[in-house]
Design a protein around this ligand. Structure first.
Ligand code: NI
Length: 170
């Protein structure tokens, strides 16, 4: 296992579309996922997308991190490949997000309240999950990385974008 460097907003790879994965259960894929898990844990993240570690492929991992998001424990650890997200409602809700590629910042982002997501795990086993709330938010955030979309681009009102230590300093 190895901790990877997380690339930051401003790097062109974060604005590119990731390519789909055609080969599952390979040593290279397992190694990358192990490294991504270690990298996400070390950074206390709730999720990490392959482009954030310099790999432009459709792979994300996510799962609850109790240190960073103590208020919520609803996100099961998941490896998700070639994801397809379908909103289950038109309803959106605003929530604060951060991103390991945008360190120190938080922004208020609208996301669909309920979604269905499909894809595959690292062995090629199909995934088909209905999610809502924070779980749905995390999946939408991570999968956005695969279409070159960073959360600041989704903020509706940039007054609600700022440094975490200042926004939440009360
Ligand atoms: Ni992110």
């Amino acid at each position: 296992m190895a901790i990877k460097e997380i690339i930051k907003m401003g790097h062109p790879l974060l604005l590119e579309k990731a390519t789909s994965i055609t080969e599952f259960d390979t040593p290279e894929l397992h190694k990358l996922i192990e490294d991504m898990i270690e990298t996400m844990d070390e950074a206390s993240g709730a999720g990490l997308a392959a482009p954030q570690v310099g790999e432009g492929i459709q792979l994300v991992i996510f799962g609850h991190d109790t240190e960073r998001y103590p208020e919520d424990d609803s996100v099961p650890f998941t490896v998700l490949i070639n994801p397809i997200i379908t909103p289950s409602t038109k309803e959106t809700e605003d929530g604060w997000e951060g991103c390991l590629s945008v360190p120190g910042m938080r922004g208020l982002v609208p996301r669909f309240k309920k979604i269905n997501y499909k894809g595959f795990d690292q062995f090629g086993k199909p995934i088909n999950i209905d999610a809502e709330g924070f779980h749905a938010r995390v999946v939408q955030h991570e999968c956005d990385h695969l279409i070159g979309m960073l959360y600041p681009l989704r903020i509706k009102d940039l007054r609600f974008f700022g440094f975490e230590d200042t926004l939440f300093s009360e």
